[in-house]
Design a binder for this molecule. Structure first.
Ligand SMILES: N=CN[C@@H](CCC(=O)O)C(=O)O
Ligand SMILES: [Zn+2]
Length: 405
């Protein structure tokens, strides 16, 4: 397939690396370009005057082509929505107060227990199909609503089925340490032992997870526990992706740095020390989830300061029923620009190439590069790239291509 007369072909890269600091603002584009796809992969691209066949199969005049979104942090597998808590929040209860009275993650865990594996799979598959139509072309999905040996394995098996049935690449993360389950209320150590000595060996043997995650937060898991769990994951070959500094300065960034995490995610509550750590060359990806801050009416992560200090930033949806009941990456792009003052180029890089790095999928997706999957978005006729985050809520997508289809 040959697409011709593309007004702007965005994020075109012959070579690449993880984008830090000012590099996030550099989005390579080609104007009046063509894109060629063979066997589901990008085989060529270039300026229109360099193509011998100017007719092509699809005329993209006036329209932009950009890589699909790489959503590196989601909780896509869950049993049901939690709009009753949404009402509680409107009435003034905080996320922590809702969690303390048995809502939140524990509420989702109760519902998951009553839901069959097949039903969970169908619901998640349905959500994933909708996300693909909204431009998501690679995704990470966490467990963490099982909170028992059987429950966590059930979630991870659902994610494995999604991997096998979906056309987009998927990474699975074990988040058994998402909350202390009710039955273990007064037995933290026993629950951590269950995660490390019983659950991890089984899921590793069955190849059910790529990464390990811990909710490192006051009232959830301490930095010491986070380290212990992540080190155990590491011994089974699972790199860490940590829920860090969402509700408080939790020590999650330091834990992530010391365990060599692939990413530390959230970062609504960070200070100078954490920002400095994240600017180091070997620091984990700082994954920002502005739709969770939006939904919970919390302060947004300090994206500008992070960029100034050379952090590598990815943007992800955090799609989950409690703090971000939307996986819409287009809206997220607008939130990143409007609320965190990221420039459109920075936000697009963070939601594509850096998102791919946060899932170790950088050789498959995240940019328009020869040999990568032909996963890209074709927009409707739009005036410019900046129009995409500017026109928040508008559906400017004409078509989403996955593996060239
Ligand atoms: N903060 C922890 N986990 C999710 C929320 C999960 C839930 O509320 O169900 C998050 O990333 O925001
Ligand atoms: Zn999350």
């Amino acid at each position: 397939m040959l697409i011709t007369n593309i007004k702007i072909l965005a994020n075109v890269r012959e070579s690449q690396h993880k984008l830090r600091g000012a590099e996030l603002g550099e989005l390579p584009v080609l104007e009046n370009a063509f894109l060629k796809i063979e066997d589901g992969k990008i085989s060529d691209y270039g300026p229109m005057d360099a193509t011998p066949d100017r007719k092509g199969d699809l005329d993209a005049s006036g329209r932009i082509v950009l890589p699909t979104w790489c959503d590196s942090h989601t909780h896509l597998v869950f049993a049901s929505s939690r709009e009753n808590e949404f009402i509680d929040k409107i009435k003034g209860l905080s996320y922590a107060e809702i969690a303390a009275k048995g809502g939140g993650i524990l509420n989702s865990a109760r519902k998951l227990r009553e839901t069959s594996e097949d039903e969970l799979f169908e619901k998640a598959q349905n959500r994933l199909e909708k996300l693909i139509q909204l431009g998501t072309g690679a995704i990470e999905i966490k467990s963490g609503y099982g909170l028992s040996l059987e429950g966590e394995l059930k979630m991870l098996r659902v994610i494995k089925r999604l991997k096998n049935s979906s056309p987009v690449p998927i990474k699975a993360t074990f988040l058994g340490a998402h909350a202390l389950p009710e039955e273990y209320k007064n037995q933290r150590e026993a629950y951590i032992r269950l995660l490390i000595h019983e659950t991890l060996p089984i899921l590793a043997k069955d190849g059910l997870a790529d990464y390990i995650d811990v909710f490192c937060e006051q009232g959830f898991f301490t930095p010491e526990e986070t380290l212990e769990i992540c080190e155990a994951g590491k011994s089974f070959g699972l790199k860490a992706k940590i829920h860090a500094n969402q509700l408080s300065i939790s020590g999650g960034v330091q834990a992530g740095m010391s365990v060599g995490a692939l990413s530390v995610d959230h970062l609504e509550s960070i200070g100078e020390e954490e920002i400095e750590i994240l600017g180091k060359e070997n620091a984990p990806m700082a994954t920002l989830l502005p739709s969770a801050a939006f939904f919970l009416r919390m302060a947004y992560p300090p994206a500008r300061q992070l960029i100034q200090n050379r952090a590598a930033i990815a943007l992800a949806s955090d799609y989950n029923p409690g703090s971000s009941p939307s996986g819409n990456m287009n809206l997220l792009l607008s939130l990143a620009c409007i609320q965190m003052k990221m420039l459109p180029e920075e936000a697009i890089n963070a939601a594509t190439l850096n998102g791919a790095y946060a899932m170790e999928l950088e050789n498959e997706v995240g940019s328009i590069s020869r040999g990568k999957r032909a996963n890209f978005i074709l927009t409707r006729q739009v005036p410019s790239l900046a129009y995409l985050p500017y026109s928040f809520g508008e559906n400017w997508i004409e078509k989403v291509f996955i593996n060239g289809k």
